[in-house]
Write a protein that binds this ligand. Structure first.
Ligand code: NAG
Ligand code: NAG
Ligand code: NAG
Ligand code: NAG
Ligand code: NAG
Ligand code: NAG
Ligand code: NAG
Ligand code: NAG
Ligand code: NAG
Ligand code: NAG
Length: 657
């Protein structure tokens, strides 16, 4: 039954092929695409254009694939169907097929006929057989006779053990993605013979360790989400091409021992157990001990970890979510190209300078993180940072200290002398930001800061400063002294400030200001100095905004958030200014204002401004009338007085003359 239907389909296809060729001729061929994505198809349509180069049949209910006669077809997407039977000759007439996507089907069935069909597509360059319930043997069968295969995806199958037979007929592979399987064993010789292999993704498997990493050709290696306890490479003088190594979400206790000569740029170590051993020294010697165990060296000859980290050209390391209680200063200072270090979500409480002394002297050595630009220390509980550590950050631009317990020190003018600097070093109860001359971006959000003293950031180059969420903080006059000309972005949200607590200097570079979530009722008039583009005043006690100030600001203002205040509808001339200038007010639809008749939406008010304030304006007019009366009265009085004084003067004058 099914075979006779197959014959019929084939017959029709051949008919349409010859028909088409007669009509158009080969010379008029153009690249053609056919898309039947998500059309509830139960079989391949019979009237396909023979000239098709791309055919998308994904997201249907196709269960069987019989001979396709599409001699120009280059790409076929049958992903997300229910394909479990591919007849022997199904691909025989697809001479040009290069890309085949069969992910999310049921290719674990009918292996005999399916894999036989597969053997005929030897030109294939890209194959996706993810999510097909495939075992080790099945994948090996599907990969037979694939000398041109460049890219392979086998995500989400049931591979457990990779053997040296797996890729022996697909040696040209450049990219292999076998993530989300159950692999716990990789036999020697599985990947080594693949000379072109550059990208290898083995994430989400069950690998327990990498004892001797040998793949010198690989540039990208993803081993995230396995159960790795260590990663070790034998220290040989061969060049590895490795550039990106992802070892995140494993159980590493130590830093990896990477190839001696490598090209590593990005090293992902987040979500491991590194640092759980007490000190840096203990960790380093344990790692070296492990290395000599694995390499069966009798004695631990040298510090292999440090000697190979010293040569690593890495620019980015993610160490977030590890177990560090102390900062591994010596090890990380070896990385002379390191630009970005993510040390967030560890358990540092203080950053002390725990570095071995100079052999000759008793002074601690000053090491440097000379290339480091971005340091993320958020969520560590840091309360103190030694000055010698700060001095090591000679090129720092971004420092994220969000969710710590840092107290900024006052001006460091008197700290310049070595004696007092040493005192601060001994008792680091506050952090001397003034030592970070190159610092541009600082977040001190939620540090429970008590006092922001004058000149706290003097000598830095701060352009953005986040002080949000320090509800007990007193901002002293002069706190921003020294950075008022460089600050472009300032966040003072959730500080529990009233308008009498907030006095800002003239800040001629400030473009972003966030003073949301306070108790403010006045915008500081000093802001007329600033070319503000973004302003957030949500959740305060504003009743109205200074009309002339808003008019001045509106020259630069692009966006303003203003909901959750206590605006008086009838004193909203300022809003008309913003509205008329088409300044973006993203939360205007949630902004209420009150009238004597109750609350209403500000947009509703704007649509018809006069009505609800009729009474209010009447009252104002009345008020105005009274004022005129008073003014008239005063004028009369004044005139009378002047005349009286003149008279007096004249009398006196004549008296003198
Ligand atoms: C397929 O189409 C149906 C409606 O025809 C739609 O509800 C569904 O989201 C579509 N699925 C995909 C994967 O595009
Ligand atoms: C195959 O199709 C799926 C969607 O069904 C897509 O996510 C996947 O990236 C495709 N594979 C390749 C290699 O393009
Ligand atoms: C490695 O794979 C994991 C899991 O699929 C993914 O989240 C991560 O982004 C990959 N890492 C890199 C560096 O591409
Ligand atoms: C550091 O890692 C944390 C946690 O994953 C992330 O939120 C943060 O954006 C990262 N920081 C940098 C500078 O990449
Ligand atoms: C440093 O300050 C702490 C309180 O923050 C105090 O207990 C300690 O005695 C001080 N140490 C020195 C050496 O002054
Ligand atoms: C905010 O300040 C008020 C007094 O102005 C005080 O009663 C309140 O406890 C403060 N809130 C916090 C979270 O510090
Ligand atoms: C803030 O100002 C209020 C008066 O508006 C005052 O009671 C309070 O002590 C001030 N808080 C600080 C931290 O200066
Ligand atoms: C202002 O700061 C608060 C608290 O940090 C934040 O939630 C809000 O998104 C900020 N506003 C803007 C416009 O970024
Ligand atoms: C309104 O702002 C202007 C500066 O634009 C200032 O001179 C004036 O004093 C402010 N008025 C009030 C009531 O704050
Ligand atoms: C406010 O609501 C109006 C009408 O519902 C809508 O046209 C406008 O885009 C909304 N504005 C914003 C900023 O969401």
């Amino acid at each position: 039954m099914s075979s006779s239907r197959g014959r019929m389909v084939r017959h029709m296809l051949f008919w349409s092929l010859s028909h088409d060729l007669c009509l158009t001729g080969l010379t008029h061929l153009e690249p053609k695409e056919g898309s039947w994505n998500n059309q509830s198809l139960y079989s391949v349509p019979v009237d396909l254009d023979v000239r098709l180069r791309r055919l998308d049949l994904s997201n249907n209910f196709i269960r069987q694939l019989h001979t396709l006669a599409l001699p120009y077809l280059e790409q076929l997407d049958l992903s997300s169907n229910q394909l479990d039977l591919i007849s022997d000759g199904a691909f025989e007439n697809l001479a040009q097929l290069e890309e085949l996507n069969l992910s999310r089907n049921a290719l674990n069935n009918n292996l005999g006929s399916n894999t036989k069909a597969f053997r005929s597509i030897s030109r294939l360059r890209s194959l996706d057989i993810s999510m097909n319930g495939l075992s080790d043997d099945a994948v090996e069968l599907y990969l037979q006779n694939k000398p041109s295969l460049d890219q392979l995806k086998v995500t989400g199958n049931f591979l457990t053990r990779l053997s040296h037979n797996l890729f022996k007929e697909s040696k040209g592979l450049r990219s292999i993605t076998i993530d989300d399987n159950l692999i716990s064993v990789i036999e020697k010789g599985t990947f080594e013979p693949l000379d072109h292999l550059e990208i290898l993704n083995l994430a989400k498997n069950n690998l327990a360790n990498i004892c001797d990493f040998k793949l010198r050709q690989v540039k990208y290696l993803n081993l995230s989400k396995n159960s790795l306890e260590f990663f070790v490479t034998e220290q040989v003088n061969l060049l590895y091409r490795l550039e990106i190594l992802d070892l995140s979400h494993n159980k590493l206790l130590y830093f990896p021992i990477v190839p001696k000569k490598n090209s590593l740029k990005y090293l992902y170590l987040q979500n491991n157990l590194v640092g759980a051993l007490n000190s840096e020294a203990a960790m380093v010697s344990e790692a070296n001990y492990l290395y000599s165990e694995i390499m069966r060296e009798r004695i631990v000859k040298k510090n292999n970890l440090h000697s190979n980290w010293r040569l690593m050209p890495v620019t980015y390391i993610d160490l977030s979510y590890n177990h560090f209680t102390s900062f591994p200063t010596e090890t990380l200072s070896l990385l002379s190209s390191l630009e970005t270090l993510n040390f967030s979500y560890n358990c540092l409480q203080s950053i002390i300078w725990d570095v071995r002394n100079h052999p000759q002297s008793n002074y601690p050595r000053q090491l440097f993180f000379s290339a480091l630009k971005h340091l993320d220390l958020q969520s560590n509980g840091v309360a103190s940072i030694s000055t010698i550590f700060l001095k090591a950050l000679t090129g720092i631009q971004t420092l994220n200290l969000r969710y710590n317990s840092v107290q900024p020190c006052a001006s460091m003018d008197d700290l310049e002398s070595p004696r007092s600097a040493q005192q601060v070093n001994l008792n680091t109860s506050c952090v001397v930001f003034g030592l970070l001359k190159t610092l541009k971006h600082l977040s001190l959000q939620e540090n429970n800061i008590k006092m922001l003293e004058p000149n706290s950031f003097q000598k830095t180059s701060l352009s953005s400063l986040n002080l949000a969420g320090n509800p007990h903080m007193t901002v002293q006059e002069g706190a921003f002294e020294g950075v008022q000309n460089t600050l472009e972005s300032l966040t003072l949200s959730e500080i529990n400030m009233t308008s009498s607590n907030l006095s800002l200097p003239c800040m001629p570079a400030l473009t972003h200001l966030n003073i949301s979530n306070n108790h403010l009722h006045l915008i500081p008039t000093s802001l007329s100095c600033s070319p503000l583009r973004d302003l957030d005043i949500t959740n305060n006690h504003f009743k109205s905004l200074n009309h002339s100030l808003i008019t001045a600001l509106s020259v630069h203002l692009k966006q303003m958030y203003l909901s959750r205040n206590h605006f008086n509808c009838c004193e909203s001339k300022w809003l008309t200014v913003l509205h008329d200038l088409k300044i973006n007010l993203p939360d205007i639809n949630n902004t209420l204002c009150f009238t004597s008749a109750g609350n209403m939406g500000m947009t509703d008010y704007l649509e018809n401004p006069s009505v609800p304030c009729w009474l209010h304006t009447k009252a104002q007019e009345l008020h105005f009338g009274q004022m005129i009366v008073i003014a008239l009265f005063l004028t009369v009085l004044l005139t009378a007085m002047i005349m009286f004084i003149r008279k007096l003067c004249c009398t006196q004058g004549s008296f003198i003359v």
